[in-house]
Design a binder for this molecule. Structure first.
Ligand SMILES: [Mn+2]
Length: 602
């Protein structure tokens, strides 16, 4: 029988002036080792496979283990991982309807038909729309583009968009990052004499009767890599057009900067083909950035040569998204399509302003949400469910993700529009949030999404019932141990094993992101040497050393709790650390630093 754990009632209590405590702080299950913030899970790849791989490619066991943990077990797979090359990407003609699409577009271009590119409002949709627009315009096609409005039209092919296409006398629509579920809308297009080619990467049960469908996730598509983003599917389309004409690779590869940004922003797995595009795309952003990226990097005070995944994920992508979240994604399109420095600068500045405003809005909501959590009005015990009629719908997903990061509980953040309550949902661990919402469907008007993230709509009077039911379901489905976030550890790594050669190989695991985690190691037993330092009241720096080996500098960002704990110990306490080794340069001197993710102190 399943025994439901007894949960402390007021786990968010901040009465008596104590700090906000989470469930984790109070539950005895997690008390066995003080200080560990995460649940540590050491991955266990097959030892013989690890040994063979380490010999085959001449790397140490921890590196081989990290490779095995990423599904790379042979010499060839390792070569493809470490040397991503455009030579290895599959032929675009493996897509079911590719030949048909290429022929239809050629006919449209030759006979001067008006083509409309129809994209979604996020990074993937806008970059894909820009890619197709620029490419087809470059061949003298008569191209318009259309981005749907997040608030007025919602996601996907809309009646409004089709009406505009008809008004413009469009006879061919190419969708990007949407369309695969637009059964009715595609039928409507057919009725108006408009052919539709769908470039999408979402799944669908019933396929629309489109002229052609390019989507690696639909049944019958033989394309071997399912994880392309929408912009990536658009790239395959232009690759096919170029190859059909016998053109050279640069004609399509010049757009890989856009595909790299879309892949990084759209949470697609950064393995295999996407890894190749990301590599190439980053290279192009660094060495030959187009006007728009040069202008944006200037405003962000980043040198284009130094653009990284972090620049994309936390700099470029939020700026592109800010337009669609606050006003209209058209600003992002104008910026992406800018052909000279003056235009690029002007539109980049508009995005910059919107992003600043977007940040203020979500900081405001986050601050209020945290007060609500602390003041018990969040929810019950197993979830955070917050509503405020003033909250801006465009940023609720961002706020939900931030609260999830902090409290590690399933989170729903809601605002109001047209008399209805609308919100964003984020899940924790392996809890399938779509299943949870299904269980709550009596209290919902509408919902949709994936395992990790979803959206919902309800009537105001359903709120209290929903809140209660959501918490009940989360409590039932969320195992106690999953309420603490997990760190996946690749291997144990003795500090003395971190050599320059080790670092050179490790650095080639990048770029990191969804589907390609940064390798994380756990040390054997080591000891604190010297006194820890607190930097800016938030970060901690200390030296750690194993046995009589060399001392390593360890840095822990945003963990003043570690400083407190280390300072309380007399002498040099025994430690075990979870870390990422990094090479740093200071005053022209190179040194090694361990970036701490978690620690256990005994
Ligand atoms: Mn997408």
């Amino acid at each position: 029988m399943h025994v439901r754990p007894r949960l402390p009632r007021a786990f968010f209590s901040c009465r008596n002036g104590r700090r906000i405590r989470t469930f984790i702080d109070l539950h005895p299950f997690f008390k066995h080792r003080f200080m560990k913030r995460y649940r540590w899970t050491t991955l266990q790849p097959d030892e013989s496979v690890v040994r063979e791989l380490s010999t085959a490619i001449n790397v140490s066991n921890p590196i081989a283990a990290a490779l095995c943990n990423r599904g790379i077990t042979t010499f060839d797979e390792a070569r493809r991982f470490f040397r991503p090359s455009l030579e290895t990407v599959p032929s675009p003609f493996l897509f079911h309807d590719m030949e048909k699409s290429v022929a239809r577009i050629a006919r449209a271009v030759d006979s001067g038909e008006r083509i409309m590119i129809y994209g979604d409002y996020d990074v993937d949709g806008t970059t894909g729309t820009a890619l197709l627009s620029m490419f087809l315009e470059g061949r003298g096609a008569d191209v318009r583009h259309y981005i749907n409005d997040r608030f007025r039209e919602g996601y996907g092919l809309s009646g409004e968009g089709i009406a505009w296409a008809e008004e413009c006398k469009v006879t061919l629509i190419i969708t990007v990052d949407c369309g695969i579920r637009a059964v009715d809308e595609v039928r409507e297009c057919a009725g108006k004499g408009i052919d539709v080619i769908i470039c999408d990467h979402h799944e669908a049960d019933e396929l629309p009767g489109a002229y052609a469908i390019l989507d690696p996730k639909v049944e019958g598509c033989a394309y071997p890599f399912r994880e392309l983003c929408g912009c990536g599917v658009a790239l395959k389309l232009i690759q096919a057009i170029v190859e059909a004409e016998g053109g050279d690779r640069e004609q399509w590869a010049q757009y890989l900067d856009l595909v790299a940004i879309a892949s990084a922003a759209d949470m697609v797995s950064l393995q295999q083909e996407n890894r190749v595009y990301l590599h190439e795309g980053l290279q192009r952003l660094r060495t030959s950035p187009r006007e728009s990226f040069r202008a944006m990097a200037g405003l962000m005070k980043v040198r284009t040569e130094e653009i990284t995944m972090t620049t994309i994920a936390f700099g470029i992508a939020p700026r592109i998204n800010a337009a669609g979240r606050l006003e209209s994604a058209r600003t992002a399109m104008n910026w992406l399509l800018a052909r000279n420095d003056a235009d690029a600068g002007k539109h980049a500045a508009e995005l910059e302003e919107m992003n600043t405003r977007r940040r203020e809005i979500d900081a405001g909501i986050l601050a209020k949400a945290e007060t609500m959590v602390a003041g018990h009005c969040a929810s019950f015990c197993s979830s955070i469910v917050l509503y405020d009629e003033e909250w801006h719908l465009g940023v609720l997903g961002i706020v939900a993700s931030k609260l999830l990061d902090k409290f590690a509980l399933p989170t729903v953040i809601m605002g109001r529009m047209n008399g209805l309550v609308k919100g964003s949902v984020r899940s924790v661990g392996t809890l399938n949030i779509y299943d949870v919402l299904q269980e709550c469907s009596d209290h919902l008007e509408q919902f949709g999404g994936h395992h990790q993230a979803a959206g919902l709509t309800l009537r105001p009077e359903q709120l209290s019932g929903f809140r209660k039911r959501f918490d009940e379901v989360c409590r039932e489905l969320l195992p106690v141990e999953q309420r603490q976030k997990e760190l996946l550890l690749d291997a144990e790594l003795g500090l003395q094993e971190i050599t320059p050669k080790f670092m050179t190989v490790l650095e080639q695991f990048s770029p990191f992101g969804f589907g390609n985690r940064e390798p994380l190691f756990v040390s054997g037993e080591c000891r604190l040497s010297g006194k820890p330092k607190l930097l800016k009241e938030r970060h901690v720096k200390f030296m750690a050393r194993a046995g009589r080996g060399p001392s390593f500098e360890v840095i822990a960002f945003d963990r003043p709790d570690i400083f407190e704990e280390l300072s309380r110990h007399e002498g040099s306490p025994r430690l075990q650390i979870v870390f990422v080794p990094e090479r740093k340069t200071w005053n022209g001197r190179e040194y090694l630093q361990l970036r701490l993710r978690d620690i256990s102190i005994r």
